[in-house]
Design a protein around this ligand. Structure first.
Ligand code: 13P
Ligand code: SF4
Length: 305
């Protein structure tokens, strides 16, 4: 509509004036994905944030992603259009809790999912995303114990794929937890030809029903080359927009209408305009924490799937 067109034009002008780049996660609202210079999964966004030569990064996602961009690009200004967009899973572990866990297992290596606060990354040896968690854990010496925080579902997936016993933390994503086993079972029955793709953050019974366990970026890659014409998608519903763009001929069915991340939906066109206009809201990480978190993030960006 006319208002959106006006806002989009304004965003274009301001982007040029600020030398800004807009990054958006695959779970963002459709119109935000469409206006972004790059949209992708957590790993892809981290790589983009570390490589861009823009002065300003407008991060359309949740807080841990913007913090990660600030750590990887310390000279750039990182803005979030809506700074209250957090990730409940990331908030399920604090640096103090991790320090206590490490004290109990002093010889263990710590791998933390990128969905974590910067201070937790600073206490970790390696960071990972759902796209490279298996590769990161495989790269560690077999004789070392590994603490994996905060997502126990991703941790369980990594245990299964690597055959290693990990010490897990009881964190989880509420949005993925909402996707029910029975819903997926029913859809499988009514759509026997469909390929079921699930995110590793899903519960174990849902993952057991899936044909493919993939990060959101991997889902996009998978459907581009798949011969299937119908897919059941067990993750946050924002990805359906990107999947439909990737394969306009195919049918994508959300495993559950409840798979919505309210924090991801806080970004609006208005807020992106205000963000560029007023240079708000700047996300910074204290330099001592950033320096320590940077080491675990650098290791993550090096180990690509
Ligand atoms: P990916 O896009 O990296 O698969 O991450 C999923 C997620 O929950 C991000 O919050
Ligand atoms: Fe966090 Fe889950 Fe939302 Fe991702 S989908 S940002 S893990 S709450």
């Amino acid at each position: 509509n006319k208002l959106d067109e006006r806002l989009l034009r304004r965003i274009g002008e301001l982007k040029e004036r600020r030398n800004a780049v807009i990054l958006a996660h695959n779970y963002q609202p459709d119109e935000i994905q469409d206006l972004a210079d790059f949209s992708g999964d957590s790993l892809g966004l981290s790589v983009q944030a570390s490589q861009t030569d823009a002065d300003v990064i407008v991060f359309c996602g949740v807080l841990f992603m913007a913090e990660t961009a600030a750590i990887l690009s310390p000279k750039k200004t990182v803005l979030m259009p809506e700074p209250s967009a957090g990730c409940p899973m990331a908030d399920m572990i604090t640096a103090e809790q991790l320090r206590q866990l490490k004290a109990k297992h002093p010889d263990a290596l710590v791998v933390c999912y990128v969905n974590s606060p910067a201070e937790v990354k600073a206490e970790s040896d390696y960071c990972c995303t759902s796209a490279n968690a298996v590769e990161v854990v495989r790269s560690l010496p077999a004789e070392r114990q590994v603490l994996f925080v905060p997502d126990r579902h991703l941790g369980q997936f990594v245990q299964e794929r690597t055959g290693r016993d990990l010490i897990l933390w009881p964190g989880y994503c509420p949005t993925h937890q909402f996707i029910g086993e029975q819903e997926v079972r029913d859809l499988r029955e009514t759509h026997p030809q469909a390929v079921v793709m699930a995110h590793p953050e899903c519960s174990e019974p849902v993952k057991a029903l899936a044909d493919e366990l993939l990060s959101t970026g991997q889902m996009l890659k998978f459907v581009r080359t798949s011969k299937a014409g119908q897919f059941i998608v067990a993750t946050e519903i924002g990805i359906l927009h990107a999947l439909r763009n990737a394969r306009p001929d195919a049918e994508f069915i959300a495993a559950s209408a409840r798979g919505v991340c309210p924090n991801m939906k806080k970004t609006t066109l208005d807020k992106v305009v205000a963000s560029l206009e007023n240079m708000q809201y700047e996300i910074t990480v204290p330099s001592d924490i950033a320096a320590r978190a940077r080491r675990s993030l650098d290791r993550m960006v090096e180990i690509l799937p």
